[in-house]
Design a protein around this ligand. Structure first.
Ligand code: ATP
Length: 288
């Protein structure tokens, strides 16, 4: 990897006796989307808070775009956009006012708030107080806010949580457009479908540790089980579902026997989801 956009070495953080992040190390290339997946309390937010300067690591070090996250905190903070909880939205201001204020803070020349608000689907509602926005609208405004300075790096926490499918697709399109321009994206989510779709690589975080980090395809190859789901009609008219595991010595014979002896209604191929794999590795689900 050329100089990584994010480089993390032996990072740890405890809240009192609670070890939230336990000695993690990883690199992220420029323009890469890294998905951080893990159940509630796995330590995802704590990692983001350290990388973005809201918490100081108690152990280890990290650089963003070559800059030390502790020693060069102020410079680092100029380089990324973040959509993380709603705490930084001014509820008594409109969406346009929120974005303009932010653009001023980041000294963005010729900033066009309306253009950005149209892109996230908030055109027409831009003058209302943010306090009156729905959760999904705030979510989209957070995304717009993260994009104000056209940053080289984006930290996105559950960016489509609570959004309808059309708004979700809008946000996904914006994320892809940003990565095509070389923006690096650090995505934290419980949503394995979203992570699978958007991430170049995913990291599974469990109890503060990275337990796997790879491309979704390679994780599926390594841990997943490929199978066929075959619906057969029995002589009495009942329908039965048979699962045939692929890649085993007896698979060809099993498939042959099914084709020869049974009345087959449908055949579907199945592959493991990231949720299945997370469960295999950790013994727990992503929602728990
Ligand atoms: P979620 O998906 O719910 O946002 P997460 O993966 O982001 O979870 P963190 O918020 O980083 O997890 O929490 C990691 C651990 O640290 C948990 O055990 C949590 O209870 C604990 N923790 C987080 N913030 C604090 C805090 N301010 N004080 C004490 N403990 C905390």
């Amino acid at each position: 990897m050329a100089q990584p956009a994010i480089s993390v070495k032996d990072l740890s953080f405890s809240y009192g006796d609670t070890l939230a992040v336990d000695d993690i190390s990883f690199d992220v290339a420029g323009g890469e989307v890294i998905g951080f997946l893990g159940p509630n309390g796995a330590g995802k937010s704590t990692v983001v808070k350290m990388l973005t300067g809201q918490l100081t690591p108690q152990n280890g070090s990290a650089t963003l775009l070559g800059m030390d996250i502790v020693k060069e905190r102020k410079q680092v903070q100029q380089e990324f956009g973040i959509s993380f909880e709603f705490t930084n939205l001014y509820e008594q201001m409109s969406a346009v006012e929120n974005l303009n204020l932010f653009a001023k803070l980041y000294k963005v020349p010729d900033f066009d708030a309306m253009n950005l608000l149209e892109k996230v689907g908030l055109g027409g509602r831009e003058k209302e107080h943010v306090a009156n926005y729905s959760k999904g609208m705030k979510q989209r405004l957070m995304m717009a806010r993260a994009l104000v300075s056209d940053p080289k790096m984006l930290f996105l926490d559950e960016p489509t949580d609570g959004l309808d499918p059309v708004s979700t697709e809008t946000i996904h399109t914006l994320i892809r457009a940003a990565t095509q321009q070389g923006t690096t994206v650090f995505l934290t989510t419980h949503d394995m479908v979203e992570a699978d779709k958007l991430s170049d690589r995913v990291a599974f975080l469990n109890q503060g540790k990275i337990v796997a980090l790879d491309t979704p395809a390679r994780l599926k190859q390594r841990f997943g089980m490929r199978a066929l789901k075959v619906e057969v009609e029995l002589p009495n008219g009942d329908i039965e579902v048979r699962e045939v595991t692929l890649d085993e010595d007896q698979t060809p014979q099993t498939v042959f026997d099914l084709l020869k002896n049974e009345r087959i209604l449908t055949v579907h191929s199945e592959e493991a989801t990231l949720e299945d794999i997370f469960f295999d590795i950790t013994g727990r689900g992503l929602q728990g």
